[in-house]
Design a protein around this ligand. Structure first.
Ligand code: NAP
Ligand code: MG
Length: 407
């Protein structure tokens, strides 16, 4: 066989290994799809939960630092330890979620984009192109304070200025009976960086940007989000969007939900933290499987971290460890690598790397479209006599054979 030259990736890629079933697939993907074709330097960080524990989680911080140094990283799914995991892996403590640590350091916005195959029809029949969710990953109900109210009394919002000015108070409710209250916050700086990340990402993808919130009801809180997006657009993006032939618009979240059901897709839908959390799961499931959703963290400084939207697929891992056959879908992991390679190629100006990323994605999608799929997809695919379920490793081998033909 003629030896082909390998494609050179100029700048090192920050690789973050992970846990359980995704760790197993991660190595198969590298072995069978990447290393045979690419000459790349990997800055390897092992985020296996045991290694995070041994390093007192310093390895996660070092990995985030490396993304800030090189600009582009790719991450495998990782366990966020809870009480059970602390016991299972005999950890020193329940370390913070690596995603939260990395997000905190990079100050990013998470974009989730479904992978579309012709024979995996979205549950909404008019969705022809991906609907990308941009989720603000800071504040709101995720860092709230809540209180249970035992009986009659006054609940207030109080702000005490640090400069010694008089406290500002508002009555929430004069309670006459038991109930509940909740307080939450956001900051202008975080909303501004969220807005900038969304404007940047939509322009990069050449698609329209929608932002929706409940500003008719929340006339201060949600209205601040609306106003910051509006100001950012007018000051920095209107002209560039016109040149690119795309548009930004704000609409009430009810209206956006109604519109999205009738839309053909191909938009970035920016959402507040809770709305984005909920809507991204709806979009993922409407597109067939959790494994058909990719995720990228984009920081306002222009750092990119690619990953799968799903977790470590714990149940499949236990089956694998028990010696049983698994049929776990590696699509989102493959697309994390292709997304990272495309971005690396764009930044380095190496068109061969960009082209390789495209061929890898085509090879993966065409494999599914040819009816070769993992169990999760077989359940939702259009019926065809040639559809067949393959195991975890065979699925990647079929993709590898397809890819070989394209190179
Ligand atoms: P999960 O790994 O997303 O899996 C949930 C279920 O979804 C699986 O049991 C499986 O369903 C299906 N599924 C997910 N990915 C699949 C794939 N690639 N192929 C086929 N089916 C797939 O969530 P989890 O089991 O609740 O969480 C496991 C661990 O992941 C947790 O420790 C959590 O902390 C971590 N996690 C990490 C991240 C991250 O690093 N980004 C995100 C979420 C969760 P069936 O069992 O029905 O086949
Ligand atoms: Mg969710």
């Amino acid at each position: 066989m003629k030896l082909k030259h390998k494609i050179i990736v100029e700048t090192p890629i920050v690789e973050m290994d992970g846990d359980e079933m995704t760790r197993i697939m991660w190595h198969m993907v590298k072995e069978k799809l990447l290393l045979p074709h690419l000459d790349m330097k990997l800055e390897y960080y092992d985020l296996h939960v045991k290694h995070r524990d041994e390093t007192d989680d310093q390895v996660t911080i070092a990995a985030a630092g490396a993304i800030m140094k090189y600009g582009v990283g790719v991450k495998c799914a990782t366990i966020t330890p809870n009480g059970d995991r602390v016991q299972e892996y005999k950890l020193k403590k329940a370390w913070k979620s690596p995603n939260a640590t990395i997000r905190g350091m990079l100050d990013g916005t998470v974009f989730r984009k479904p992978i579309i195959a012709k024979n995996i029809r979205p549950a909404v029949s008019n969705w022809k192109k991906p609907i990308i969710i941009g989720r603000h990953a800071y504040g709101d109900v995720y860092s709230n304070r809540e209180m249970s109210i035992k009986g009659a009394g006054t609940a207030e919002l109080v702000f005490t200025p640090a400069d010694g000015g008089p406290p500002v108070r508002k009555t929430i409710k004069e309670f006459t009976e038991p109930g509940i209250i909740q307080g939450m916050h956001n900051t202008d700086a975080s909303i501004e960086s969220f807005a900038r990340a969304c404007f940047t990402f939509a322009l990069d993808q050449k698609i329209d940007l929608w932002f929706s919130a409940k500003d008719t009801i929340s006339k201060t809180y949600d209205a601040r989000f609306r106003d910051i997006f509006h100001r950012e657009y007018e000051n920095n993006w209107r002209e560039r969007y016109r040149e690119a032939g795309i548009e930004y618009f704000f609409t009430l979240i009810d209206d956006a939900v109604a519109r999205i059901m009738k839309h053909e897709g191909g938009v970035l839908w920016a959402l507040k933290n809770y709305d984005g959390d909920v809507m991204s799961d709806m979009i993922a499931s409407a597109n067939g499987s959790l494994a058909m959703m990719t995720s990228v963290l984009v920081s306002p400084q222009g750092y990119f971290e690619y990953e799968a939207a799903h977790g470590t697929v714990q149940k499949h891992y236990y089956k694998h460890m028990a010696g049983e056959e698994t049929s776990t879908n590696s699509m989102a992991l493959i697309f994390a690598w292709s997304g990272c390679l495309r971005k690396r190629g764009e930044l380095d100006g190496t068109s061969e790397v960009v082209a390789f990323a495209g061929k890898l994605e085509e090879a993966a999608i065409e494999t599914v479209e040819a009816g070769i799929m993992t169990g999760d997809l077989l359940m939702v695919a259009e019926d065809a006599p040639w559809n067949r379920k393959v195991n975890t490793e065979n699925f990647i081998e079929f993709i590898a054979a397809n890819l070989q033909r394209k190179l």
